[in-house]
Structures are given as C-alpha cells and as structure tokens.
Ligand binder design. Structure first.
Ligand code: HDD
Length: 687
C-alpha cells in the first residue's frame, strides 16, 4: 500500500514495521539476497563455445540457482483452519475509564491511549485460494499491540461454537473440511461428513448450526458483521476481584448479509469480493469502525444461570446480561504486502476457566511450529511494540542479539534485569481447585437445544425462511440417506415445524416423539435486523450507474456528486470500457470514460443501481437480490417493463428484504426533481 491516503495515521506499530519495510524506486538496483549486484536476471550461464547450438547450463551459476531456490520454497503450510483471509491495520481507543471497575488493563480503561491493532478476517473451511462469499462462519481475530505486550481476541462473527470440548476440534475440522477420498467440497459444508458429524453424533453443534444457516453465514462485507470473542474470558480489577466476560464487536455500518443467489454468483464472478471490499472501503476514505462491548458476570454469580456460563455453545442473552460499550476500533490502513503481514500474523489466546479456551491455548502455540517455525514472535507483524526481554534463547531464525553474560535466572547478578514483573497486562489469580480428575463435562453442558430454539424464535420472517432454504440447500447436497434422513430428526428437537419444512424439501425423517418442550422465548438482539446503523448512511456502498450513448450527462454528474458527498462509491457501467457519448455528443467527441463494460461486472457486485440508460437483466437481477433501483427519464420505463409493474412510471423500486411487503415507490419524473428521487433511493439504500 504505502499510499499517502493512509499515511495520515501512524500508530506505534506502523512506525515499528517501517524499520522492515523497503520500497523500490526507479533507481533501485537488482542484487542477490546477499546484496551482490546482478547484471542479468534472464539468462542462465551456459557453456558457450559451441554457440549457437544448445549448450549445457552450468551448475555454478549461483545467481540463477539462488533465484530458483528461493522460488521453490516460497510456500508455507496454510492455516489448518481459517486459511482464507485478509487483514488490515487500525487502532483502538477506550471511550473512558468505565471498565476500570472490572479490569486494570490500560488498553481497556485509559482513554488517552491509542492502541495499534491488526485484524485478520477469514472463512473457516476453505483453502487459501477459496472464494470469499461461501456459507461459513467468519473469523474476526484482533491483535492489540498494547504497552504491556500483545493481547488478542480471536473471535468469529457467530457468538457460539460447534463443540464444547477442545478435544473434539480435530474431529469437527476433519468433518467439515473436504472429504478425504476426493477433497470435495471446497469452501462450504454442504457434504455428507459435516452433516453426519453435527447430527445425532454431536447434538451440541445444533445452536451454532442454526446461526450458520441464517443470513449470518453469508455476510455482505467483513465490515458489516459483528465479532464475538465466543469464549468466556476473565478480567481482574485493582481489588483483585475477578469477572467473567464476553467480548462483542458491533459494526458502525450495521449487520448486513448477501442473499443466497447473490452469494453463489459472486463466488464465481468475484471470489475476492470481501477482500477487495475491505481494501476499497479503507482506500476510499470510509474506514470501518466497531464498538467494543463487554458482558460481565461477577465471579460469585457464575452459577446463577440455567446454562453454564463457561459453555462455548451458549450465549448470554442480553436481557440477562446487558452489553456495556467501552471503546472503539477503526481499521484505517491496508497492508503493504500480504504475505509478511496477513499470512505471517499469528494470534494467541488468553487464559480463563472456559474449557474450550484452555484447549485452544495449546493449539494456537503449537500450530505455528509447522506454519512459521520457531521464533515466530519476532516476525515483524507479530512482535510487540513494548520491550521484550527474557532468558529464552536461540532456536531457528533468532533475530535478536541480547547482550550480557548470563542467560538464566536467578543468577549471580540477580539483582539485575530482567527480573520477574508482577504488574501490567497479566495478573496471576490464585484459585482454589478441588475435585476428582476425570474425563467429564459439567451437568449443564448436557442441554443442547434451548438456545438453538431461542435463536430461531428471535429471527424475523425472512431470516426464518432463509434458515429453511439453507438447510435445504446443504442437505440436498448430501447424497447419503443415512445423513439427510437423520439430520432432520435432530432438528425436530429445536423446532418441529422447521424440521417438517426441511424434511419435506430434502427427503428427511422427523422425530414426532420429541420430549423437549418449547420455551417460546426470544432475545431481540439475536436477529441481525436489530443492528441497523445508528445514523442511516450510504458510506462505502457501491453504486452502479448504467450508461449508454445518449445518456444525460448533467443528471449523471449531479448524481455522482451527491453520492460522493455521501461517501458512497459510484461506477459507470457501459456498453464498452472506453468513451461513451452523452446526449449532444457524437463519435470522436470528448465522451465520458466508463469504469466497466456490462459483461465485465454484474449487478451482484453492487449495492444499488441507477439507470439513466437501459439494461433489463441488471434490473431484474438486482431487484431479485432485494436492491433499491433508481431510475430517471427513459430508465423509468425500462424498470417498469423489466419488473412487469403495472404502474406507468416508477422512479425507484425497493423490496427492502424479502419479508417486507414489496413496495413500489411510484413517482413521476415530472413531479420529482432528480435530487428528491435520488434522496428517496438513498434513504432506502441506507435503511
Ligand atoms: Fe480456532 C485459527 C477462531 C476454536 C485451533 N481460530 C483460528 C482463527 C480464528 C479462530 C478467527 C484464525 C486466526 C488467524 O486469522 O490467524 N477458533 C476460533 C473460535 C473458536 C475456535 C472463535 C471457538 C471459540 N480453534 C478452536 C479450537 C481449537 C482451535 C477449539 C483447537 C483446539 N484455530 C485453531 C488453530 C488455528 C485456529 C488450529 C489455525 C491457525 C492458527 O490457529 O493460528 O490452532
């Protein structure tokens, strides 16, 4: 990157990384890895006396061999899960010191600090090159480079997890990843092994499966999804009092999803859709922003709930434990180079009583050995911005040279440094541990369906329809009757109507004799429609303006200026990616250069359309994907005809979402000025 647009905000981490950043200028000379000038990088040394006949290539060509050797070893193992991802730099600020009642951590309580952050978003199942818009959970991993060392929240966009015990993780991942015999499918979970595993065998997955089958499984953008720490963490205050905590990231732009047909098409049309979306928003001056919220339960109230608060398959309903907003994160800088930053970043876990988290702790350290080797903490993107000093030494790729005569503690200079510190970001908390060593789970961990039902009950109609359709899609891809006939029996425990609807679609069986009684409860904040932007905004939305020869340039320029003022990003799409001639101009005149040809882009890649020209397919497809469509002049007639509306003139049509009654905003171009028509469209777009 290194664009001046992003240089305005330099965190301590960006400054730290600048020591390892090189820039190529027009005068930069080519050298070997040892810095020796290279005169020719195209021709291998050959034995030349029989020239021009083909001659042997000489092994002694150190320069050619170095070039090939470096290339041969460029790849490292991808992450065993979350291999596909993208990252960005930013910063976090606490609003004030309100969290001090729970924690001594300066990063969360000191509003004068700006803590650099790096976030990596990811899908879970797919390989490094898989598509972005598959149905899956999304990773939301945040590294805080604090003054007391690095602290990470490695979360997802879904607040619960498939399993309760870390020991099940390899089974879960084997089941969801491509099947062993043919490595199919890539990027999604629509196959026998996954639905076999999360069915009767692993009923604890029921809750997370409901989330993954809802619109949350196909977010519109990484910028428009919540993040959840998922596990239960602990905070300790100055009085040494301990609190259990859940972390929440709440996006400024609200929570929005794609529709399924759109997500499927984008997988082929632009597999890098989410990656490019993040980059585009940051570079166009619309850096994404999240509020950090915490739910807190004091230690003495740990057992006051029907569910176990340490069970990662359960959330804490906000009606029982409200969210307190404590700070804000902004991502305002893309990476300079993908591999050294996004690929080499490594995230860690914190310590708590949550059993899944304790198992994770082992894995996150261990996996880096095969991915990054030893001393990965010293890789620039991973190293802290505060001093690091201890007696850990040597190992492959040691970068640090530590002066001194001893590498152990205590030592004959033991009054000297580095000495153990008992203050700062991490505190040892003395805890009484008493019990029988056994392979077991807590009693409350045995209930698996109450919160799955809570989630379903809390969805609005279009989300419920989405859930039926996605179960149908996934189970229809399973060809083993053992799987698709039995999964709907598990669903019967969550909701019999849902199970019947899906069973009818996929040829499943239901379990009529379910004994669990429905509790009928809801929690409003579980529906994504609960999260609309605090202030309606079209910031960073992508708007396609379709033009053809003869379009009205005055209108189009006016609209583009308005969109720009609203921080939206508009693109001109035309019959050819070169000059298109507005009304009054002919071939050879100045014309207007458009951004894309109709074939080069699709309506799926935009949030709204504006049509001063004609293009029936764009209109129908965008309408089918629930997008607002604005039309002016002859475009009005096109929209009317394309959508087969029986109204004479339509300036915009917005179904909003499929549950909302389809409403056709009927406005004549005569009555409406361009400005008010566009304002109407934008209001709908931002709603
Ligand atoms: Fe995990 C990566 C999130 C449970 C083992 N996990 C990884 C990443 C995210 C999560 C976002 C990508 C980090 C990055 O961008 O580098 N994982 C979660 C969440 C979980 C969870 C929210 C449930 C609360 N994970 C989990 C368990 C285990 C792991 C129970 C193992 C016992 N996760 C890993 C891993 C990965 C990983 C194998 C792969 C690459 C890495 O760690 O660094 O160690």
């Amino acid at each position: 990157m290194s664009s001046s647009v992003q240089a305005f905000f330099e965190t301590a981490k960006i400054k730290d990384l600048s020591h390892d950043t090189v820039e190529v200028t027009a005068k930069t000379g080519l050298t070997t890895d040892h810095g020796v000038p290279v005169p020719d990088t195209d021709n291998w040394w050959v034995e030349a006396h029989q020239w021009p006949r083909l001659c042997p290539s000489l092994l002694e060509d150190q320069i050619a061999r170095e070039k090939l050797h470096r290339f041969d070893h460029e790849r490292i193992p991808e992450r065993v899960v979350h291999a596909r991802g993208t990252g960005a730099h930013g910063y976090f600020r606490a609003f004030d010191d309100r969290a001090r009642k729970y924690t001594v951590a300066g990063v969360l309580t000191d509003p004068s600090r700006t803590t650099p952050t790096f976030v990596r978003f990811s899908t879970v199942q797919g390989a490094r090159g898989s598509a972005d818009t598959v149905r899956d959970a999304r990773g939301f991993a945040t590294k805080f480079y604090t003054e007391e060392g690095n602290w990470d929240i490695v979360g997802n966009n879904i607040p619960v997890f498939f399993i309760q015990d870390a020991m099940k993780f390899p089974d879960l991942v084997h089941a969801v990843k491509p099947e062993p015999q043919n490595e199919v499918p890539q990027g999604g979970a629509a196959h026998n092994n996954f639905w076999d595993f999360v069915g009767t065998i692993t009923a604890e997955a029921s809750h997370m499966v409901m989330w993954a089958m809802s619109p949350r499984g196909i977010p519109r953008s990484y910028r428009m999804m919540q993040g959840f720490g998922v596990n239960t963490f602990t905070l300790i205050n100055a009085e040494n009092k301990r609190f259990f905590v859940k972390f929440h990231w709440i996006p400024e732009l609200g929570v929005h999803s794609l529709v399924w047909d759109e997500a499927l098409k984008i997988c082929g049309q632009d597999p890098d859709f989410h990656r490019k979306d993040l980059e585009e928003a940051i570079n166009s001056g619309a850096p994404p922003k999240w509020t950090l919220g915490i739910q807190v339960i004091p230690e003495e109230k740990e057992h006051d709930f029907e569910f176990d608060i340490l069970d990662a398959t359960k959330l804490w309903p906000e009606e029982l434990v409200p969210i307190e907003e404590i700070g804000e994160m902004v991502l305002n800088r893309t990476v300079d180079e993908f591999f050294p930053e996004t690929e080499q970043v490594r995230f860690a876990r914190a310590i708590s009583d949550d059993p899944l988290l304790q198992g994770r702790n082992f894995s996150y350290f261990d996996t880096q050995l095969s991915r990054l080797g030893l001393n990965w903490e010293q890789i620039p993107i991973n190293r802290p911005v505060c001093p690091v000093m201890n007696h850990n030494r040597d190992g492959a790729h040691q970068m640090r040279i530590t002066k001194g005569k001893v590498n152990y503690w205590p030592n004959r200079f033991s009054a000297g440094a580095p000495i153990p510190l008992d203050h700062g970001g991490y505190i040892d908390f003395a805890q009484k541990v008493n019990g029988i060593k056994a392979r077991a789970r807590g009693e409350k961990f045995k209930e698996h369906f109450n919160q799955a039902e809570l989630f379903l009950n809390s969805l609005n109609e279009y989300e419920k329809r989405h859930v039926i359709n996605s179960f149908t899609f996934e189970l229809s891809h399973c060809d083993d009757p053992l799987v698709y006939e039995s999964y709907t029996k598990v669903l019967s425990n969550v909701n019999l109507d849902l199970a019947k609807a899906v069973a009818a679609n996929v040829g499943g069986h239901i379990n009529e004799s379910v004994t669990r009684r429905s509790h009928g409860q809801k929690s409003v904040s579980l529906s994504q429609s609960y999260y609309v932007p605090k202030k309606p905004t079209i910031k960073s939305r992508r708007i396609a303006i379709l033009v053809a020869d003869g379009f009205n340039q005055l209108e189009v320029d006016a609209i583009r200026a308005m969109l720009k003022a609203g921080n939206a990003i508009s693109y001109l799409i035309g019959p050819r990616r070169s000059k298109v001639y507005p009304a009054g101009q002919k071939e050879g005149d100045a014309g207007v250069f458009v951004d894309h040809n109709f074939e080069g882009q699709r309506s799926t890649l935009f949030d709204a359309l504006l049509i001063p020209g004609r293009c029936i397919h764009w209109v129908r497809e965008a309408f089918g994907h629930l997008k607002p469509i604005g039309a002016i002049g002859e475009g009005v007639e096109v929209v009317t005809r394309a959508l087969k509306l029986d109204v004479p003139q339509v300036a915009f049509a917005s179904p909003g979402d499929s549950s909302v009654t389809v409403s056709y905003g009927v406005v004549t171009t005569g009555k409406y000025s361009i400005t008010s028509a566009v304002t109407d469209v934008l209001e709908i777009a931002s709603g």
